[in-house]
Design a protein around this ligand. Structure first.
Ligand SMILES: Cc1cc2nc3c(=O)[nH]c(=O)nc-3n(C[C@H](O)[C@H](O)[C@H](O)COP(=O)(O)O)c2cc1C
Length: 271
């Protein structure tokens, strides 16, 4: 009688290959291999898409600058339209431009806010931002004759759930508000996220920051302050806490710790 049994495979690899497809070893091997391949694909996609994401983020910011200044139209060439805006790196404490120290085209003021050299920890922190960058990139918009038309200033602060990032556009007198809008926040749709509602955003147009005595009066509240309607934006219905956050952040950035020194120069016609 002949021996029909195949010899026992020798070596770990040979034993693995000879094992049944639904053996524990092969099942674990396939699961690990699938995970590895999938994670490599996801990582490669994340790395290769990063430049596209960065470009989209930049374009979104540029669209917001155009929108808050009232020059955005659907279908517009954003890069071309944005080129009309004059960026400057502003030193907040002095209100001076420091474009000789930092390149306005590349200076990242959000990153600067986390750099101990370029930022200050805030003791008095009504906007809930922790640290304030010493420098911010702002934009000037000039009319056809080269006269200053508007200034666009970035601002941010805490609402109810999130930090809201946006821009305020001021007329060339540094006191009249042309517009305010946020390009990033995590407030609740239908409640705090109504900061994006065009009807609410329109309330800001024509409001003033300071009264004739130079006191900062702009207020977001449920009732009109004594200073009067010129300084009053009605709070969002059902979203008082986000509204308080917006009130705090606008007053912080428009005040002495924010753009105050720069706005004083603007009001004095020093630009
Ligand atoms: C799920 C949930 C999400 C909320 N989101 C917000 C918000 O984004 N912003 C806000 O101010 N209030 C929000 N609120 C409501 C606040 O808790 C609070 O009731 C409200 O700000 C008070 O506003 P009112 O005085 O105008 O009613 C939310 C409430 C709930 C239950």
């Amino acid at each position: 009688m002949s021996d029909t049994q195949s010899p026992e495979p020798k070596g770990a690899i040979a034993r693995f290959l000879a094992a049944s497809p639904d053996s524990v070893g092969k099942t674990i091997f396939i699961a690990v291999a699938v995970c590895l391949v999938a994670s490599m694909i996801v990582s490669a996609a994340a790395v290769s898409l990063r430049p596209v994401q960065e470009a989209n983020k930049l374009k979104d910011k540029q669209v917001n600058v155009l929108q808050v200044a009232g020059v955005y139209k659907p279908g517009i060439n954003v890069t071309e339209a944005f080129a009309a805006f004059e960026p400057h790196v502003l030193e907040l404490s002095t209100g001076d431009f420091v474009d000789d120290q930092f390149d306005p085209a590349t200076f990242d003021d959000q990153a600067a806010a986390n750099d101990p050299e370029l930022s200050i920890a805030l003791d008095d922190d009504p906007a809930g931002i922790g640290r304030k960058a010493k420098y911010r990139v702002i934009y000037l918009l000039r009319d056809d004759s080269g006269e200053l038309d508007k200034v666009i200033l970035p601002l941010h602060g805490y609402g109810l759930w999130s930090t809201l990032y946006g821009f305020i556009a001021l007329e060339n007198n540094g006191n009249d508000i042309y517009g305010l809008q946020f390009y990033q926040h995590g407030e609740t749709p239908g409640l705090g996220a109504e900061v994006d509602n065009p009807r609410w955003k329109a309330l800001w147009n024509g409001k003033k920051l300071r009264d004739d005595a130079g006191d900062l009066q702009i207020t977001v509240a449920k009732t009109q302050p004594a200073a009067g309607a010129d300084f009053y934006v009605d709070a969002l219905a059902g979203a008082t806490l986000t509204s308080v956050g917006v009130d705090n952040l606008v007053r912080f950035w428009m005040g002495d710790a924010g753009y105050g020194p720069f706005l004083a120069k603007l009001q004095a016609g020093d630009l």
